[in-house]
Write a protein that binds this ligand. Structure first.
Ligand code: S3P
Length: 441
């Protein structure tokens, strides 16, 4: 089957309400936590994408059964010591950094050696950011060059740690918090602000967690070990997957879109804050709270007077997966946009800052990159007619989807390769853009 799509027509004048697939971060956290709960958990609206299926396969290999029942998944856990592993077990996290990094935290007490592997993209990503703090709890971890594969043999004598997380990485913070719930004593984490789904889940599970929030850092204390009971969770829509549709609507002509039931947790809505500073006028409707998370409908309309932004780097972590589409808006905005301290972007499924700058160059947008900072010279009259080919992006799902949005809003004839990449986070992406009128061959 061909793994390439062609787009050669812009999209405009759509008015619609859509549901976006569920939050990937919360889906993976729920599967992993349910696998360590005592008794049955029921997960509604679990994201059915490859990254989450890999999480389900992972817990199965660790001896935890799950089944799909009508509209939910049932997972039966046996508590914090409930993993039952075979000899020479290999866990394959596929493309998912979140799964690989978080599961390592839960393997600190594994009884046998486990080898963690991933696909070729994940195998190029840094694991020392996880293995360094996790080693301090006591397990034996062996890895080459700070990359996967990583081998871990757990310890019976875990000790609590003090850890300062400086990257603003929710994966690092969460991996340490996962290890902390298994460890007797008080683990203390000073973490640069990042998405806080793990902490909110812990609170809703009554895991004893204390958080003191300061301007740039959160100070977290967990007193372990803390067994918890099976739970129910209904997972809301994903803001990162929504971001492609938000930008599509903003840059298309005469269109309006309502994205239903999206998680608008403050630690995730950097994109909305950034786009609104660029004059996007995106609003939230029907706000409600659920297990500490904030959920709402997002209403977005087309805008032709967008302006450049000097983006505060304090928003970086809360928009970390959305910068690719934010750059598209900057390309079409009036004036210069400036983004700083974006080094973490090159640590994702592909080196995204590098790929994004090449992308801007190919579509004729002037930019300057100095170290981890980028200046984009916007062109409100941007309208493309040439031929564009997008390939060789390490099958990064977000590069594929961002390229589709550029093709649908800037014009030109596009060939975009590695369509299958969307299976990791958003398998129905192409159906949704077709539903809004996109013609895809
Ligand atoms: C995630 C955290 C972010 C994000 C990733 C999902 C999570 O990574 O880019 O897509 O679920 O915790 P970092 O923690 O490495 O910034």
């Amino acid at each position: 089957m061909k793994n390439l799509i062609n787009i050669s027509k812009k999209i405009d004048q759509f008015r619609s309400k859509i549901y976006i697939p569920s939050d990937k971060s919360i889906s993976i956290r729920c599967v992993l936590l349910a696998s360590q709960a005592i008794g049955k958990s029921r997960l509604y609206n679990l994201l059915e994408s490859e990254d989450v299926i890999n999480a389900l396969n992972t817990i199965k290999k660790l001896g935890i059964n799950y089944k799909k029942v009508k509209n939910h998944y049932e997972i039966n856990g046996f508590g914090l010591n409930g993993y039952n592993t075979k000899k020479n077990l290999k866990i394959n996290a596929g493309n998912s950094g979140t799964l690989a990094r978080l599961i390592l935290g839960l393997l600190v007490n594994s009884k046998k050696e486990i080898t963690l592997v991933g696909d070729s993209s994940l195998s190029k990503r840094d694991f020392s950011r996880i293995t360094n703090p996790i080693k301090l709890f006591g397990p034996n971890i062996i890895s080459n060059n700070d990359n996967l594969p990583v081998k871990i043999i757990g310890s019976n004598y875990l000790r609590p740690i003090k850890f300062v997380e400086k990257l603003g990485s929710a994966q690092c913070k969460s991996s340490v918090l996962f290890a902390a719930i298994k460890t007797p004593g008080i683990t203390e984490v000073k973490a640069k602000k990042s998405r806080n789904h793990t902490e909110l889940l812990f609170r809703s599970l009554k895991i004893p967690i204390k958080i003191s929030e300061k301007k740039n850092y959160d100070y977290i204390k967990i007193s372990g070990p803390c067994n918890f009971q099976g739970f129910e969770y209904k997972i809301p829509g994903d803001i990162s997957s929504s971001s492609f549709f938000i930008v599509l609507t903003l840059l298309a002509k005469k269109s309006k879109l309502v994205l239903k039931n999206i998680n608008i947790n403050n630690s995730r809505i950097g994109i909305i804050k950034i786009l609104n500073k660029m004059n996007a006028k995106i609003v939230f409707k029907n706000k409600k709270k659920y297990k500490g998370e904030l959920i709402a409908d997002i209403v977005v309309k087309s805008k032709d007077n967008l302006k450049g932004i000097n983006c505060p780097s304090s928003l970086n972590s809360s928009a970390i997966d959305e910068f690719l589409v934010i750059f598209l808006v900057a390309a079409k905005a009036k004036g210069i946009s400036y983004f700083s301290n974006l080094g973490e972007l090159d640590k994702k499924e592909s080196p995204r800052l590098k790929i994004a700058t090449n992308f801007l160059k190919n579509i004729g947008i002037k930019y300057e990159r100095k170290a981890d900072n980028i200046k984009i010279y916007g062109n409100p009259n941007l309208s493309l007619e040439g031929n564009y080919e997008i390939r060789g992006f390490r099958k990064d799902h977000r590069i594929f989807m961002m390229s589709c949005i550029a093709a649908l809003t800037f014009g030109g004839n596009w060939k975009i390769y590695d369509k299958d990449s969307i299976k990791t986070s958003f398998p129905t992406f192409l159906n949704k853009i077709k539903y809004l009128g996109a013609i895809i061959n």
